[in-house]
Design a protein around this ligand. Structure first.
Ligand SMILES: Nc1ncnc2c1ncn2[C@@H]1O[C@H](COP(=O)(O)OP(=O)(O)OP(=O)(O)O)[C@@H](O)[C@H]1O
Ligand SMILES: [Mg+2]
Length: 334
């Protein structure tokens, strides 16, 4: 078995996945084309149900591909699944550790499951790397959340994979542990030379952690690039406006600097060159007593998503209320 050096860590070509039969069922992946270079941290950012876990499942061979093709570490996911499996590790969103076992016993179990011989040296190296060496004989049930995460990643790295998949690795973690995990992901990628494909619906996580990322929605990749490339796509601020009695769109569209006015759910989304210049003009142009809520989005990965889909990635954030907004405007004017 030769390793294909220099080939992409992951490549997909018109990859589609449909759950269920025939025309019905869910098209969870819709002609996904991705090329992920080796030794990178690649993020898949998208809302609930976008198809993130499904992509990991088809790339790891857990789920069948419906159409198209994919390679991992240069091997075809369908035809060479054994070669693929030998080269990948997986950190699932769900906990996979055995609580009644010690850290060392969990590593031993992982080695058994993967038929590894001579794994002890590697296991010790990983325990030292993750600062778990002193605690390796403690039961995992006595570990902190951060220690458990580290051990899970150590298990995924035990057989020296080239690619590791991390499905929502920081979901449900407190801010401190999440940051620690970001450092671990970056460190692991450098120390062990692995490519990391991680999924997330945290914008700041994708921004902070990933060399490149793809934004996925309803099974389709709607944008990809480095975080800065993606942010540079939206040269605009987005002003979101909720009115009690509709909006005189011709009046708003005529305000200098307005690029687009479009309905968005029950609200309005206005693309403007600069919200600082636009807002005083808006307030002079429309009946302010009809403004229910207003908020401004500065260019971010969230605005990229909002601009492309008219939706938000994360949980619906409450719009800033009108009093706060007025306070802000007063500050801006003084
Ligand atoms: N086993 C399954 N059978 C049928 N439909 C499925 C199955 N697994 C996922 N789906 C559907 O496929 C779509 C994509 O689901 P997937 O779990 O890949 O999304 P996700 O991006 O991982 O979402 P989340 O952020 O909630 O984890 C959803 O519409 C989901 O309901
Ligand atoms: Mg998922």
């Amino acid at each position: 078995m030769t390793d294909n050096v220099g080939t992409p860590a992951i490549a997909t070509h018109d990859l589609s996945k449909r759950y269920g039969n025939g025309g019905r069922g869910v098209l969870a992946l819709d002609h996904v084309n991705l090329t992920i270079p080796p030794a990178s941290v690649f993020g898949l950012l998208g809302p609930n149900g976008a198809g993130k876990t499904t992509l990991i499942k088809v790339l790891t061979g857990i789920s069948d591909i419906t159409a198209g093709s994919a390679t991992v570490a240069g091997f075809d996911v369908r035809r060479e699944s054994k070669a693929v499996r030998a080269r990948i590790g997986w950190v699932a969103a769900e906990v996979i550790l055995d609580d009644d076992f010690s850290g060392w016993e969990n590593l031993w179990l992982q080695a058994k499951l993967q038929n590894l011989s001579d794994w002890e040296g590697r296991a010790n190296h990983l325990l030292t790397y993750f600062s778990l060496q002193d605690r390796k004989d403690d039961k995992v049930s006595h570990y902190s959340t951060g220690m458990r995460k580290k051990l899970e990643i150590a298990l995924a790295l035990l057989h020296q994979p080239q690619v590791i998949f991390m499905d929502e690795p920081t979901i449900g973690l407190d801010v401190g542990t999440r940051r620690m995990l970001w450092d671990i992901v970056t460190g692991v990628h450098k120390e062990f030379g692995v490519t990391v494909l991680l999924t997330t619906h945290y914008i700041e996580e994708a921004d902070a952690l990933c060399d490149r990322l793809a934004i996925i929605d309803e099974g389709r990749i709607i944008a990809q690039g480095t975080p800065s490339e993606l942010k540079a796509r939206v040269h605009a601020d987005l002003v979101l406006l909720e009115m009690s009695d509709g909006l005189d769109t011709p009046v708003v569209s005529a305000i200098p600097g307005v690029q687009e006015v479009r309905p968005q759910g029950g609200d309005w989304m206005i693309r403007v060159g600069s919200s600082e210049e636009f807002l005083p003009r808006l307030l002079a142009a429309i009946p302010t007593d009809q403004i229910r809520r207003i908020s401004v989005e500065k260019p971010s990965l969230e605005t990229v998503f909002l601009d492309l889909t008219g939706k938000r990635i994360g949980a619906e954030e409450p719009m800033r209320d009108i009093r706060k907004f007025y306070a802000q405007m007063r500050r801006a004017r003084s």
